[in-house]
Design a protein around this ligand. Structure first.
Ligand code: ADP
Length: 189
C-alpha cells in the first residue's frame, strides 16, 4: 500500500491529544481516528455499541478491548489509504497487539509514537475547565481522577512496549497550543 502513514498520539486524559491531533491531521493529510469521539458518537446515536459503552465511560473505566478493536478495525478497513492519526488508541497492551496485527496484515509499520506529557495537577485543571465549557459527562473531578488512575495502570505500560523501537518520542505538553504543535512538527519533519 503506498502513501501510508500511521502516527500514534498517546498521553493522559487532558494532555491535549484531541487538540493536537486535529491540527496535525489537517496539516499532514491524515485521518484523525479518535476512539473517544467514535464512542461518544455511538452513545449519542444510541447504537448497540453506544449502549454498552456509555455506563463504562461515565465511570472512567475502559471499554473492553474486543469492542474497541472491532470498532477500530472497521474504521481502518473503510479507508482507501491508511493515512491515519490514532488518538486514544491503543490504550492497553491487548489493543497494541491487535494494532500490530492489523498493520502487519497490511504490510505497514508504525510511523511515529508521540507521548504528550503534562503534570497531574495541570491535567485536572484543564479537564475541569473543559467540563465547564463542554459539559462532558465524564469530566467530573471524581471521574477525572479515576481516568488518570486507569491511564497509569493500563495505558502507561505501553510506553515500555513502544520505547525500544526508535519511533517513540516524548513531547512536552506544557505551554500554549502553537508551541506544542511546533514541538510535534519538529519531531515529525
Ligand atoms: P480522555 O483521553 O480525556 O480520557 P477520550 O475521549 O479519549 O478521553 O476517552 C473517553 C472514554 O472513552 C475513556 O475514559 C474510555 O471509557 C473510553 N475509551 C476511549 N478510547 C478507548 C480505548 N482505546 N479503549 C477503551 N476505552 C476507550
Amino acid at each position: 500500500m503506498s502513501g501510508c502513514e500511521v502516527v500514534l498520539l498517546m498521553g493522559p486524559p487532558g494532555a491535549g491529544k484531541g487538540t493536537q491531533a486535529t491540527r496535525l491531521a489537517k496539516e499532514r493529510a491524515l485521518k484523525k481516528l479518535s476512539t473517544g469521539d467514535i464512542l461518544r458518537a455511538n452513545v449519542a446515536a444510541g447504537t448497540e455499541l453506544g449502549c454498552r459503552a456509555s455506563s463504562i465511560m461515565d465511570v472512567g473505566e475502559l471499554v473492553p478491548d474486543d469492542l474497541i478493536v472491532a470498532m477500530v478495525r472497521n474504521e481502518l478497513e473503510s479507508m482507501e489509504s491508511l493515512r491515519v492519526l490514532l488518538d486514544g488508541f491503543p490504550r492497553t497492551p491487548g489493543q497494541a497487539d491487535a494494532l500490530d496485527a492489523i498493520l502487519a496484515e497490511h504490510g505497514i509499520s508504525l510511523g511515529a509514537v508521540l507521548l504528550l506529557e503534562v503534570e497531574d495537577e495541570e491535567l485536572v485543571r484543564r479537564l475541569l475547565l473543559r467540563a465547564r465549557e463542554q459539559g462532558r459527562s465524564d469530566d467530573t473531578e471524581e471521574v477525572i481522577r479515576e481516568r488518570m488512575r486507569v491511564y497509569r495502570r493500563d495505558t502507561e505500560p505501553l510506553i515500555k512496549y513502544y520505547r525500544g523501537g526508535g519511533k517513540f518520542h516524548r513531547v512536552d505538553g506544557n505551554g500554549d497550543i502553537d508551541e506544542i504543535h511546533r514541538r510535534i512538527e519538529g519531531i515529525l519533519s
